[in-house]
Design a binder for this molecule. Sequence first.
Ligand code: DQA
Length: 143
Amino acid sequence: KRILVIHGPNLNMLGKREPEHYGSQSLGAIDRSIKDRARELGVEVSAFQSNHEGELVEAIQAAVGQIDGLIINPAAFTHTSVAIRDAVLLLDVPVVEVHLSNIHKREPFRHHSYIADVATAQITGLGPAGYIYALEALAEMIA
Ligand code: DQA
């Protein structure tokens, strides 16, 4: 079983970026812990980060028919991108939206997600562990 993890803009700066919201772990460290857990669960994980909306759309398009589940943190594009939402709708596999911070506790413009109602579930506010919970849930759903 194959799971794709997609990270949106500015998540490449994790560790240095607003640690009060996003913690001190780097994206590399988060991806390593996702892959370690994936190995234990017997699923294959690949991870992709981009700061460009079109590249994120293309990564989702390229995954159509190739993956069994998607974990996506669209970052700022969560709140703006109909294009990423439409790309997610191309997939017929479970999708878990993840946010490190609790978007509902923050500025009002972060409360709306264009992805939430086309995703299977949303995990928000649990930090990097949210990706692990998303992976565990997907692994069980697609077993
Ligand atoms: C985020 C929340 C978004 O509002 C923000 O733009 C991000 C990260 C999170 O993981 O908490 O870049 O998706």
